[in-house]
Write a protein that binds this ligand. Structure first.
Ligand code: ADE
Ligand code: ZN
Length: 330
């Protein structure tokens, strides 16, 4: 079947978990080097294996347990950015969790971050791809653990760390429990995003907006069940980081056809497109574009417009945006 969308189309990807973008081969390699037995997380074909979203989070954390040093993260960033560059991504933001980089200790986090930033700079020079980091607390680790994570974020805000967010199991705790962490990050000048409306229903999006006041929502797709909320998202210019393949693979929606991304767009909500944890969902950004084009009849012009919106919503400085806009519209 011939392609509908040029795979080389320049892309902006705002919703990507760093550890979640590690290929099974990369994680298997680290496990072997360290003598760790994590064979239970892989299927016969070598891919990640899990039953549902909650099991996915367990498998994700088992895979992440092989990442034990700044050097491991340096190698991870390079491997992940090579994959992104192959998809035509010119700008990406990645969620990175001090929980997995030294357990929330600020001194350790600085060392991990140094290695991550060095790798990002190398990728910028060799692959022409720009990466920024969004420090992310993990909801199911609880609000007490989120505080040191927010402090890590506030202390290391800079050219690379530009945002703060929350991921993890939306059914655990309430957004208001994380208001302190978000206030801390906001006061430090970080831009804010929060996972909501992936599993938690439309009300979870309202709660995240009311208590955390983010400018972007990770997923947010279940807002479609509350049209007054959809209007609020559109009017307030809240940007959704939509990951259709992730939602379909995890069973939030049975198929792309049932996914609300097209309806959200029709109601003038600003949406962006990402892969979330691509090897876990056996997807790539090129594949996502192709499936969306086939399902909804979206054209290259639609994807160009979505990427321009993503760049506007990016958590980077204006000079970076200007130089990327040139490449995006070429
Ligand atoms: N962490 C990694 N992927 C995630 C997802 N899809 N939802 C919530 N937390 C996550
Ligand atoms: Zn996510």
């Amino acid at each position: 079947m011939s392609e509908l969308i040029d795979p080389a189309l320049p892309k902006v990807e705002l919703h990507l978990h760093l550890e979640g973008a590690a290929s099974p081969a990369f994680i298997r390699g680290l496990a072997k080097e360290k003598g760790l037995d994590i064979s239970g997380i892989f299927a016969e074909d070598g891919g990640y294996d899990y039953r549902d979203f909650w099991h996915f989070l367990e498998v994700y954390e088992a895979a992440t347990s092989t990442l034990q040093s700044p050097e491991d993260f340096r190698r991870l960033v390079l491997a992940v950015l090579e994959d992104r560059a192959e998809d035509g991504v010119i700008y990406a933001e990645t969620f990175v969790s001090p929980d997995f980089c030294g357990g929330g200790d600020l001194g350790a986090w600085r060392e991990y971050l140094h290695a991550i930033e060095e790798a990002a700079e190398q990728a910028q020079n060799t692959m022409g791809i720009t990466l920024k980091g969004v420090v992310t607390c993990i909801r199911h680790f609880g609000p007490e653990k989120a505080r040191p994570i927010a402090l890590c974020a506030a202390e290391t805000k800079g050219d690379f760390i530009t945002g703060f967010g929350i991921a993890g199991d939306e059914k655990m705790h309430h957004p208001k429990d994380f208001a302190w962490a978000f206030d801390c990050a906001r006061e430090a000048g970080l831009r804010l995003t929060a996972h909501a409306g992936e599993w938690g229903g439309a009300q979870s999006v309202r709660d995240a907006l009311d208590h955390l006041r983010p400018e972007r929502i990770g997923h947010g797709v279940q807002a479609i069940d509350d049209l007054a909320l959809v209007d609020r998202l559109a009017e307030d210019g809240i940007v959704l980081e939509v990951c259709p393949g992730s939602n379909v693979f995890l069973g939030v929606y049975p198929s792309f056809r049932d996914h609300p991304v097209d309806r959200l767009r029709e109601r003038e909500v600003k949406i962006t497109l990402s892969t979330d944890d691509p090897p876990f969902f056996r997807t790539t950004l090129v594949q996502e574009y192709e499936t969306l084009a086939r399902t909804f009849g979206w054209t290259e012009a639609d994807f160009r417009s979505i990427n321009a919106d993503a760049l506007k919503a990016a958590f980077c400085d204006e000079a970076t945006k200007r130089s990327l806009l040139d490449r995006l519209t070429r």
